[in-house]
Design a protein around this ligand. Structure first.
Ligand code: ATP
Ligand code: MG
Length: 485
């Protein structure tokens, strides 16, 4: 173990927000050891802006609770952690952990239960990468480095602590973390990791809960280097584990969306990670729409069914939360509305809650060469910048062109009912919340398979089997995730 001078590593308390110093100080004052560890230390050393700061201590969660009282909550049963509120921030305070006992690992070596307190040396050995395992005591101005992590920082190398095969078997998510940090930090991956990072090894990700994989996918999408990590996901065969039905190729559309996401993060704009899922799943969605259309299904129903199908299939890999799924389906549905809006609905559409996301999506499609948008992305783009008068003119011109192209297409026999209302119908039909009695009745019935045939009507009934999604059930109670989960 070497003790480094914090100042020589480019670290100073001036860089630290008061909330983390408060936590370290309170623990120290109570007679405990306390350090900042993980990504916060790593990022500061690399001159990056840390996302957050994690603390580690020799105090047990119960002792941390004694120090902070009502500001502290102990979370997790099998992987206990203290959450301490400092000002408006939340700091995760972990206790030094010893190696897990044999009895609590699964047959494949995965760690299942993990509340074995230990020493700082033991805690260090449990961490994933050397660069994530530096312990910074800001008041003493020192960094404890147990494994020459400072050299890996200098050489920009990602090195796993211990035997890479064992570390991947223990927690296959470390494979995703390898790619995430390599892309985020622009580090090279150590040769011994590359050696074992095989397609067979990535199969272990099948044992990880789709909930956890969803969380990890979000981290990949929002780290600011999505465009760099995407080809790596393909090269390392991780793509197939995360996105079963999405072809492992980066289309211009996907690439543009990734670049766009990264740029937004760089300039501090918010992003909705579900938007990128909408992009990734767009092609499978269109294919599924076509499948239903070929079966003679009404277009609106085909889209609704296709959306549900595609999301249901994706849920076998990453379970997208319900609200995010609704967002995705709404963005897709917006594509149809924005492509051929009824003139009298244009103004209402442009103020719709989903307009911005739907429009961004449309414009991205258009800019990536998708001609089926018929230039409407650009149309909406300029529409938003117009004055009220200009908008009116643009709408009547659009109306004339629309009538003209309709005549051309000789669709005289399909007369669209004249709509006087400017209200926008709901973009997607939500499944009605079910009563407790219905739920218990359902439990006693075996799950019906997804019905792929058309039902003929234009609406999906609330009891349609497609709406009864079967969540993948895994032994979530048993599995303990990384220290932050
Ligand atoms: P980020 O910038 O994404 O927050 P991080 O390194 O801080 O990166 P966290 O997920 O916040 O990552 O975890 C904090 C620390 O906990 C890590 O730096 C690492 O030391 C340890 N850790 C997290 N997940 C694992 C894991 N799966 N296996 C081993 N150690 C882990
Ligand atoms: Mg962190």
């Amino acid at each position: 173990m070497q003790t480094l001078h914090a100042s020589k590593c480019g670290l100073s308390t001036a860089q630290l927000p008061s909330y983390i110093l408060d936590v370290i100080d309170a623990l120290t004052k109570a007679g405990f050891e306390a350090y900042i560890v993980g990504g916060g230390v790593r990022d500061l050393m690399l001159g990056l802006n840390p996302k957050d700061f994690d603390a580690v201590t020799n105090a047990t969660p119960a002792q941390v609770k004694e120090v902070f009282g009502r500001r502290c909550r102990i979370i997790g049963r099998r992987f206990e952690l203290a959450h301490v509120y400092s000002g408006r921030e939340l700091v995760e305070v972990a206790t030094f952990r010893a190696p897990p006992k044999k009895a609590v690992t699964s047959a494949s070596g995965m760690i299942l239960r993990d509340n074995n307190w230990g020493t700082i040396e033991q805690d260090f050995a449990r961490r994933d990468f050397s660069i994530n395992a530096m312990y910074y005591q800001p008041r003493k101005g020192i960094v404890l480095d147990f494994c020459h992590a400072i050299d890996d920082i200098k050489n920009k190398t990602l090195r796993l602590l211990g035997d890479p095969t064992l570390r991947f078997e223990e927690d296959p998510v470390r494979m995703l973390r390898t790619l995430r940090f390599a892309a985020k930090l622009n580090f090279s991956i150590a040769p011994d990791i590359l050696e074992v990072f095989t397609p067979e090894m990535t199969q272990l990700l099948r044992d990880i809960s789709p909930h956890r994989l969803y969380d990890e996918s979000q981290k990949l999408f929002t780290m600011g280097h999505l465009n760099r990590v995407l080809p790596m996901l393909i090269d390392f065969d991780i793509w197939r584990q995360l996105f079963a039905d999405i072809d492992p190729e980066i289309s211009t559309f996907i690439e543009r969306a990734a670049i766009n996401t990264d740029q937004r993060i760089q300039i501090g704009k918010t992003i909705n990670p579900a938007f990128f899922y909408a992009v990734l799943l767009w092609k499978p969605f269109l294919e599924r729409c076509e499948f239903y259309a070929n079966k003679g299904m009404v277009a609106a129903e085909a889209r609704a069914q296709a959306g549900l199908d595609v999301l249901k299939r994706q849920a076998t890999r990453t379970i997208i939360p319900r609200f995010a799924e609704t967002f995705i389906r709404e963005v897709w549905e917006m594509q149809t509305r924005l492509l051929s809006p009824k003139p009298q609905q244009i103004q209402a559409l442009s103020t719709h809650a989903r307009f911005r996301a739907g429009f961004d999506f449309l414009l991205l499609r258009e800019k990536s060469g998708d001609q089926s948008t018929q230039g409407m992305g650009t149309w909406w783009d300029s529409y938003q910048l117009m004055s009220t008068d200009e908008k009116e003119r643009a709408i009547s011109q659009y109306n004339r062109q629309r009538a003209k192209s309709r005549r051309k297409a000789q669709t005289g026999d399909v007369v669209e009912p004249k709509s006087v209302s400017v209200e926008i119908e709901p973009l997607v039909q939500e499944t009605a919340p079910r009563s407790r009695r219905e739920r218990s009745r359902d439990r006693s019935k075996p799950e019906r398979p997804v019905q792929m045939v058309t039902s003929g009507g234009s609406e999906i009934r609330a009891d349609h089997p497609i709406l009864k999604r079967k969540r993948v059930k895994r032994d979530l109670n048993q599995v303990v995730f990384g220290p932050t989960q």
